[in-house]
Structure formats: C-alpha cells, structure tokens
Design a protein around this ligand. Sequence first.
Ligand SMILES: [Cu+2]
Length: 175
Amino acid sequence: MSLTRRLALGGGGGLLAAVLLRPALVLAAGPVEIAMSGTADGAQVWFDPIGVHIEPGQTVRWTNRDAGNSHTATAYHPSLWERPLRIPEGATPWDSDYLLPDESFEVTLTVPGVYDYYCVPHEHAGMVGRIVVGTPAADFAFPPPEASLEPLPEAALGNFPAVAEILAKGMVHRT
Ligand SMILES: [Cu+2]
C-alpha cells in the first residue's frame, strides 16, 4: 500500500498512480452478491440478480436466502455432469455443491467472457444465471454444443438475460 501512496504523493506520477489505484478500489468494494431465493412453498426459485457484469479478477458470492430450499451454483461445463460449455474457453468451472439456508459460496473470475450457470435441482424450473466478465465481442456466441452432452431445458434457455442488457445495466434483476 505504501508504494501506491508514495507514487500518488511523488508528483509526476499522477497517471501511473491512477492506474494502480483503480484495481484497489474495485477490490475494496468486496464480492458481488447474488441471492438464491424462492417462494415459501418452493413453487418458484431464482437467482437475484440473474445477470451481473464484473471486471476480470472480481469475486462473485452466492448466498442461500431461501429458508425452504437447498440450492447450488454450478457452471455449465462438460466436466460437470456432461453439460454444454457455456463459460469461456480456459476458464475454471465451479460447483458450489448444495448450500443450506444462509450458506455461501464464492468464486473469483479472471478470464474475460460470458459465464452461464444453474442450480442443479432447479434447472428445470429455470433457475439459471449469467455473469459477464469484461467486455465480450459484439457478435459473441457460445460454441455449438456437442451432441453427446445433455442440452439445456427450454425453461433454462429462456431465462438468461441478453449480454447487451447486462452490459447496459451492470446488473439485471428478475422480472
Ligand atoms: Cu435451486
């Protein structure tokens, strides 16, 4: 920390100090919080926000705020139950395993791109979410899924917010 302070005070290093300070400010903000929620009777379940935009190196934290259900946050990846790849090539997939009420799980995303994830027991109820890291190309699309992998149900596919909406709003809440 003293290095940054010295540069800021030293004069002539103003631009460099600004560049060095920016990541520190982002980290000071802490993880981006995503709640796992549901109605009391369990009829509806969701992630909120369902879409978030972060910068590379930021951390996302899921917390189960649903007293009546256990949930997971699980990346779409062939290595996790043979699902289609819906995170960037080379990024590390994650699986929170079941989170009981008030339990949390966090992951730090460093590879820019689009990350789709789901809740294992509630994917068919449309409990999915999307994280955009950095700024993907305007014509971004996931690679076509291999036929051997289990495709996403319609309820999941229809729930992902558009990348453009996430970039424009920073955070997309469930409608
Ligand atoms: Cu769930």
